[in-house]
Design a protein around this ligand. Structure first.
Ligand SMILES: *Cc1c(COP(=O)(O)O)cnc(C)c1O
Length: 413
């Protein structure tokens, strides 16, 4: 009520966003809905506090409660992933990656990561990112025939380039990753292995994907994708020396005061992820994705790699004679949100693309199940067949709204 009085413009826009989030089908693979408890911690008075430094060694007075909160976040994170050391201060996944690189490499060193158009993240060495500017970056792609990671190719490039760091873990890869194979390659060329599990952190925490903890030298992640926490980042390792270096890079190296309200929200979300219900949730995310993918394929949609092992798929639209941009736009008209995404060797530029990336993490949080997934896949097909028929798209959007009414979003009444 205060916001409505003090700043009607922002209030109105937040209310509009609430309606958008609750009346549409959110299928952007990197998005999710946090619990009301996580929302409450994120919106708390902890945002008022400066707390530079680490628990017990803060530079400001008055950190007695902040320290306890941060320690709880660290302990829960260690328990959740079974790691020995954790830093919960990175503001986001990108700053977690920046800190991880700078803990083990310096400007000009060589890094090797997945190329952006093959599903890597900007921070894995893209030239427009700090990672491609500070470091000399090299990249590996996917096998163009199978759409799968080609570990032999990664090894070949690693042997040639001799990078200081190998980065693995992706934004748009629908298959399981073998961190042990990456470690073997990294070891053979004396490189540090960083595993970025931003997308699959929830799957790893729930035991539905091989864990890189204890395999990779450093593990980084976001907390807001399948892990279903607030928008933020984390870094983990089992190596005490590396842990000290990481702490120093995060603060004072690249950040000042940590966002303690977000750290509290992370602690709450880690607590949620430690509960048996979270395992069930991830099981449902995967089950929903399987059904959704299978139904789409029955409508002759091409999926990169022929399917999925995780919470996302990459749809290659070339066989449907559609671009990612046009299909994503038409889906949006129908009330369904996805993102356009390049596919391997995409003939279209990044602003157009030949694919869309689709995930089930957010819809599963709302409680949607098999029946909804089948129906939504049918809607995808109807949108593809009626790409420029506004009337048809409006009809679908009405049905989307009806469906959404039955599945409330946490924190939106
Ligand atoms: C989302 C993502 C990130 C970046 O996270 P931000 O919080 O947006 O900075 C980093 N790495 C991967 C693999 C991601 O998918």
């Amino acid at each position: 009520m205060e916001l409505k009085k003090a700043d009607g413009n922002i209030y109105k826009l937040i209310e509009a966003e609430k309606i958008r989030q609750s009346e549409g089908l959110e299928m952007i693979a990197s998005e999710n809905y946090v619990s009301e408890a996580v929302l409450e911690a994120t919106g708390s008075i902890l945002t008022n506090k400066y707390a530079e430094g680490y628990p017990g060694k803060k530079y400001y007075s008055g950190c007695e409660f902040i320290d306890q909160i941060e320690n709880i976040a660290i302990e829960r994170l260690k328990k959740l992933f079974g790691c020995k050391f954790a830093n919960v201060q990175p503001h986001c996944g990108s700053s977690a990656n920046m800190a991880a690189y700078l803990a083990v490499a310096k400007a000009g060193d060589r890094i090797l990561g997945q190329s952006l158009d093959a599903g890597g993240h900007l921070t894995h060495g893209a030239k427009v990112s700090f990672s491609g500017q500070i470091f000399e970056s090299f990249s590996y792609g996917l096998d163009p025939n199978t759409g799968l990671l080609d570990y032999g190719e990664v090894e070949k490039i690693a042997k040639k380039v001799k990078p200081k760091v190998i980065m693995c873990g992706f934004s748009a890869y629908p298959r399981a990753i073998d961190f042990k194979k990456f470690k073997k390659i990294a070891k053979s060329v004396n490189a540090v292995l960083i595993a970025d599990i931003a997308h699959i952190a929830g799957l790893v925490a729930a035991g539905y994907h091989q864990s890189p903890v204890g395999v990779a030298d450093i593990v980084t992640s976001t907390t807001h994708k399948t892990l279903r926490g607030p928008r933020s980042g984390i870094i983990m390792t089992n190596d005490e020396e590396l842990a000290k270096k990481i702490d120093k890079v995060v603060f004072p190296g690249i950040q000042g005061g940590p966002l303690e309200h977000v750290i509290a929200a992370k602690a709450v979300s880690f607590g949620e992820a430690l509960k048996p219900q979270f395992k069930k949730y991830i099981e449902n995310v995967l089950g929903n994705m399987k059904v959704f993918a299978k139904t789409l394929m029955a409508f002759d949609f091409d999926l990169v790699s022929g399917g999925t092992d995780n919470h996302l798929i990459l749809v290659d639209l070339r066989s449907k004679n559609l671009t990612g941009k046009d299909f994503a736009h038409a889906l949006h008209e129908a009330g369904i949100t996805v993102n356009k995404n390049s596919v391997s060797n995409d003939p279209q530029p990044p602003m157009i693309t030949s694919g869309v990336r689709v995930g089930t993490a957010a819809l599963t949080t709302r409680g949607m199940g098999i029946a909804e997934m089948q129906r939504i896949a049918e809607m995808f097909n109807a949108v593809a067949e009626n790409i420029s028929d506004d009337k048809e798209l409006q009809k679908i959007s009405k049905e989307v709204k009806q469906m959404c009414k039955k599945f409330p979003v946490p924190g939106i009444k």
